[in-house]
Design a binder for this molecule. Sequence first.
Ligand code: SF4
Length: 354
Amino acid sequence: MEKLEEIVAPLLDWYRANNRRLPWRENRDPYRVWVSEIMLQQTRVEAVIPYYERFMERFPTIAALAVCEDEELFKLWEGLGYYSRARNLKKVAQVICERHQGQFPEEYEEILALPGIGAYTAGAVSSIAFEKAKAAVDGNVLRVVTRLTQDSHDIMDAKFRNQVTAELETIYPAEGRGDFTQSLMELGAVVCVPNGEPKCEGCPLRRLCGACSSGTQLQYPIKKKKAERRIEQKTVLILKYQDKTALRKRENKGILSGMWELPNIDGSLNEQQVVQWLTKKGLNVSKIKPPVSGKKQLKHIFTHIEWHMTCWIVTCENEGSDQELIWVTDAQLESEIALPTAFRKVYQLFFYSS
Ligand code: SF4
């Protein structure tokens, strides 16, 4: 490709005629743009839409988000995963209220200084909400650019990302900067798609694209293999006493920090070992069984870790003496408590088993 700047006009024309009507595109309010960008990290657009609408209805302003209860926030977030995103949203809302009088800061550096906001999100908010010439380079954009230019750099390399960001920022148009950012994202999401053949026949950049003209689309982007996920064995317990289930809080560090969890133990324990563990906590066990035959093991995948969970349903005769355990009803678990998906999957097994 001769010059990267040749992509600007056709991309803008295509985006303006074809972009998907998404709830966060109704206006350019920086708060709405920011929340959508955070929700869209690691999550598909279709999955985000109902969460986004509920979130905006409940927290229509930065001020409303800043004073919300954590439990309510996590409940709204339940199922989206990566709860640190929700925690950071609230933290940022508080910082904006304290340091910026509740107004989203306009300058890129100020946005980047907010907790949990990286170069991608800062670029997206700066350009979409404030029309700054700032690029937002994620996997979608890197795929488009490396195919266009047939670039064989590893897209996981931060230096290369910075280089692409800097190059794109030199071609930002004088007008329509927010649209330009979104046009690159949109092309990567719906035309120059991952996992399989891109839809080059409908691409506005077809005539400019190196990979398309040489038929090498699937060779790009180059991505070095990620390190293997670490496998952790866990024994997860559905402890029932009368109509209640035991929960406890996770430590305020590491994966799912501070979230509710079903009681669990490292390793894959058999019935006797589980009963011994519970007895030490002052719990009398009247019955222990696997959830359903053949479904004792469940797997949950996080970014870097895989949990292989051995699950047991335990009927108890008392609440025991462990101060960390709280006992909640099914109704409370459904309506008030945000239980991360890994544990909710296990908890659901109880209903298939009863
Ligand atoms: S022509 Fe094909 S490979 Fe090139 S940018 Fe468009 S969709 Fe991607």
